[in-house]
Ligand binder design. Structure first.
Ligand SMILES: Nc1ncnc2c1ncn2[C@@H]1O[C@H](COP(=O)(O)OP(=O)(O)O)[C@@H](O)[C@H]1O
Ligand SMILES: [Mg+2]
Length: 445
């Protein structure tokens, strides 16, 4: 049994408390059948969950490895739902003999940077393998490795960058060699590319032709050899919907071979377990209806908000030392909407529309979301279409009826793909997240 003392040192009020915590922690061993046994995890409010604390993803991770046996995968889900946490888990617990190399490409703007960052991460994660196998007979890298010891920390990437003054022109050749070397090296390799759509958006901004070339190159690499005969696998992930991004650029056919996997939302049972364990594990007494109330306030659960709300319940208890009730859940959610922890996250949803939606979609999106946010449980599509026409009239945009409908359908598709709204039942759309809905109502309705 592994008990994490880390979490308890600053949380334990006194020794008695600490012992109680340990006792309830021990009980958890029998309650918890997913992934990890023992210890109450820390609260994670923003950073990816450390693989040793990851829960509720056992079945999904197993499924992901299964899917990766036969193909390449794209993993899309909204921000702060747990993609990177799962990716980190795969990296730390590889299966089927995979060597995993994981990078975040959010800020990269050129394919040359992509290969340099990937090579550097490869070297960080598997230095001997890179030295003895990957670099074997590949002058660009073996030459650097001969020198790198003298360059010191961080030197490998700089030296790789300097190894060819024309990297930007030669990215394709270096990319080809890189993957050929990786295939020849023998072991199965999983490349995890986090925030991939962001890199594509950056590429498109710099040079749309380059984006097309890169995507075409990448597709050829994924299909030749066919995945079943390839020792390389790609898992690309992102918070922006990849198909949506590329559809807008007319390039969606260049990724349609990727297996689409979506991160399943946490179930009500998961949330109940989470609240019970995180509070119970810290000896916080709470009424039986507390988890239910939290589930109701979350709406479609974004794990990040679940963590903040539960942590705030814990802090409330620490301040007052009285039993937590459902009214505390309401107070915590109301504070969360105006509080600073969630603000950046929520603000992001608002700014994203300003950044990525061109007019008239931008104004219409704001109008529709404003209306939905003040509705009790969502609005019907006809109502939203009507609202769209009104917003268009406000913008003095005169479009024929079929174009107005087309624009509306596209916008609804975008808003669903970017995880703002969901169709709750036959033709009614509501905010995907209850927290986002309350926040939108307060600040943007
Ligand atoms: N399995 C999980 N259980 C509980 N909370 C989680 C889980 N996965 C993610 N979270 C919460 O979501 C936050 C963001 O996780 P992260 O993996 O960085 O998401 P993403 O990469 O989708 O933005 C974490 O700080 C944590 O609050
Ligand atoms: Mg992430």
């Amino acid at each position: 049994m592994r008990v994490s003392l880390r979490a308890h040192f600053h949380d334990a009020v006194d020794v008695q408390q600490f012992r109680r915590t340990i006792m309830s922690t021990t009980i958890l061993i029998y309650n918890q059948n997913d992934m990890k046994i023992g210890s109450t995890p820390e609260f994670y409010t923003g950073a990816p969950v450390d693989p040793v604390d990851l829960r509720f993803r056992g079945a999904f991770v197993a499924n992901l490895w299964r899917t990766l046996r036969s193909g390449h995968v794209v993993l899309a889900a909204p921000r702060r739902t747990g993609k990177t946490s799962v990716m980190d888990y795969l990296r730390d617990h590889p299966e089927n003999g995979f060597r995993v190399v994981s990078i975040n490409v959010q800020d990269l703007t050129h394919p040359a940077d992509f290969f340099q960052v990937l090579l550097d991460a490869f070297h960080d994660a598997h230095p001997e393998f890179v030295r003895d196998r990957l670099a074997e007979g590949w002058g660009l890298v073996s030459g650097v490795l001969d020198r790198v010891e003298s360059i010191g920390a961080g030197g490998f990437k700089l030296a790789i960058r300097g190894s060819d003054p024309d990297w930007r022109t030669n990215w394709r050749r270096h990319g080809d060699t890189f993957l050929a070397q990786a295939r020849n090296a023998g072991d199965p390799i999983l490349f995890i590319i986090d925030e991939f759509p962001d890199m594509l958006i950056n590429l498109a901004r710099e040079d749309k032709g380059l984006l097309r070339e890169f995507l075409a190159w990448f597709r050829t690499q994924r299909q030749n050899p066919a995945p079943t005969r390839d020792s390389i696998r790609w898992l690309v992930g992102g918070s922006v919907n990849l198909a949506g991004t590329l559809d807008a650029l007319g390039l969606v056919d260049l990724i349609n071979d990727l297996e689409d996997v979506s991160l399943p939302p946490l179930t009500e049972e998961h949330i109940e377990t989470f609240v019970a364990d995180m509070l119970g594990g810290r000896s916080v007494p709470f009424d039986a209806d507390v988890p239910r109330r939290l589930i109701a306030r979350l709406g479609r659960p974004i794990p990040f908000f679940m963590q903040i709300a539960t942590r705030d319940l814990y802090r409330r208890w620490k301040r007052g030392q009285r039993r937590i009730a459902a009214t505390d859940v309401d107070a915590v959610f109301n504070e969360m909407i105006v509080g600073s922890a969630a603000r950046t996250q929520l603000q992001h949803y608002y700014s994203r529309i300003r950044q990525y939606y061109a007019e008239p979609k931008r104004s219409i999106a704001h109008a529709l979301l404003g209306q939905i946010s003040v509705s009790e449980s969502g609005l019907r599509r006809e109502t939203l279409l009507h609202e769209t026409e009104r917003a268009l009239a406000d913008l003095c945009a005169t479009l024929p009826a079929h174009q107005r409908r087309q624009l509306f359908n596209q916008l609804m598709f975008d808003l669903e793909n970017d995880f703002y709204i969901v169709e709750v039942e036959g033709g009614t759309c509501d905010f995907a997240s209850g927290v986002l809905k309350s926040w939108w109502r307060k600040y943007h309705a």
